[in-house]
Design a binder for this molecule. Structure first.
Ligand SMILES: [Cu+2]
Length: 123
């Protein structure tokens, strides 16, 4: 029953970075590039709000960041990034979902990539 044909993205958001939110809600922060004025910010904000599953989006022109509240069962950060791209800007997720695709090739390399989970702050 899922309209999304890509099965790989993320598990249902149970590991949402923000505790205390209602179940089925995810929050993400996107770093934005290419905005020059308030109407750029508006355009991105409108675009994000059109993504099915996005409940709330707010774009900060000064910090060049977008805060998005969404339903992880309906959408993913990938789709938000693609939407921002579609309206002509660049977005980079600052809070990456737990299951980021790690290329298998790294296993053959001599160094090890540690996938750290559960971190909430810098200390
Ligand atoms: Cu503009």
């Amino acid at each position: 029953m899922v309209s999304n044909s890509k099965p790989l993205i993320d598990e249902k958001g149970d590991a949402s970075p923000s505790r205390g939110d209602a179940p089925g809600e995810g929050r993400t922060l996107l770093a934005l590039e290419g905005m020059t004025c308030a109407s750029c910010a508006m355009r991105i904000e409108k675009g994000l709000k059109k993504v099915p599953g996005v409940k709330e989006a707010s774009v900060n022109l000064v910090s060049e960041q977008a805060t998005v509240l969404y339903d992880p069962a309906q959408t993913s950060v990938e789709q938000m990034v693609q939407k921002v791209d579609a309206v002509g800007y660049k977005a980079t997720p600052l809070i990456v979902p737990v299951s980021k695709p790690v290329p298998k090739e790294t296993e053959k390399e001599s160094h090890v990539v540690l996938d750290l989970e559960g971190m909430t702050c810098a200390s």
